[in-house]
Ligand binder design. Structure first.
Ligand SMILES: NC(=O)c1ccc[n+]([C@@H]2O[C@H](COP(=O)([O-])OP(=O)(O)OC[C@H]3O[C@@H](n4cnc5c(N)ncnc54)[C@H](O)[C@@H]3O)[C@@H](O)[C@H]2O)c1
Length: 249
């Protein structure tokens, strides 16, 4: 099995893409640490894994709080002795705001705190542990909004561009230490974060704008996350992988 005895930490694993990835790692023998701000979702993911015969445990953490992320990674290290793979997936949308001049400051602060600062805090703590091992793989979840603009969504776009920049920078810093860091950029994917109805009349235009003429599924995004963290991707670092039905082509 691909991830036998590997310790895998996934943030935001109580729903959507994070849950899909957690199930796949567990199916391949990984010891999965499901983390989320929402204990109900997190515990549900653990139940799904253990009922299918996999290994998982839940640790609650808000990625926007450094002390909680520090505690999370310390607990993983104490309980399992190492951290092989980290998927920094926790994120929020705050879609359909106003244009830049009128973009609400509270929305900006909220989105940047989770999507951008949260990824920084997670990498900061995870890399300290991975440096002790001189080994590890990190996959950050950005978005096609990390590669192009999306009008009326300034904070989300800024946060996801930041994830791309942080991924490239950290990848260069840690390449010689045996640690690979990559990012996945999904297009609109059917989860709690993206439901077509959130976009009202514009939803059909969003779908039509994807060359494959459909939204992604959480499993399709998880497959890319999984591959980037396997040894099959041993020479891949600093890569920003679009999984988008051709949208950014
Ligand atoms: N669904 C899409 O269309 C889409 C497209 C591009 C990128 N993404 C990105 O994929 C990632 C996963 O999103 P999803 O679509 O699965 O959404 P989702 O809402 O289904 O899952 C996100 C999870 O993150 C958790 N979370 C939120 N804030 C948190 C915090 N502060 N600390 C810890 N956990 C927190 C939520 O409780 C939830 O379980 C996000 O980073 C999102 O921006 C999603």
């Amino acid at each position: 099995m691909e991830f036998q005895d590997k310790v895998v930490l996934i943030t935001g694993a109580g729903s959507g893409i994070g849950r899909a990835a957690a199930l796949m790692y567990a199916k391949e023998g990984g010891q999965v640490v499901v983390s989320d701000i929402n204990p109900k979702g997190g515990e549900e993911t653990v139940k799904m894994i253990t009922e299918a015969g996999g290994k998982a445990t839940f640790i609650a953490a808000n990625v926007a709080k450094l002390e909680e992320v520090e505690q999370l990674v310390n607990q993983v290290a104490e309980q399992f002795g190492r951290l092989d793979i980290a998927v920094n997936n926790a994120g929020i949308g705050d879609f359909n705001q106003k244009k830049t001049a009128d973009h609400p400051v509270d929305s900006w602060d909220r989105v940047i705190a989770v999507n951008q600062t949260g990824v920084f805090y997670c990498m900061k703590q995870e890399l300290q542990q991975m440096m002790k091992q001189k080994n590890g793989s990190i996959v950050n979840i950005s978005s096609i909004a990390g590669l192009r603009g999306l009008p009326n969504n300034l904070a989300y776009v800024a946060s996801k561009h930041a994830v791309v920049g942080m991924t490239k920078t950290a990848a260069m810093e840690y390449a010689k230490h045996g640690i690979r860091i990559n990012a996945v950029c999904p297009v609109f994917t059917l989860t709690n974060l993206f439901k077509p109805e959130y976009f009202g009349d514009k939803a059909e235009k969003l779908r039509e704008g994807i060359p494959m003429k459909r939204y992604g599924t959480a499993d399709e995004i998880a497959e890319a996350i999984i591959w980037l963290s396997t040894d099959k991707a041993s020479f891949v670092t600093g890569h920003i992988m679009s999984v988008d039905g051709g949208k950014t082509a």
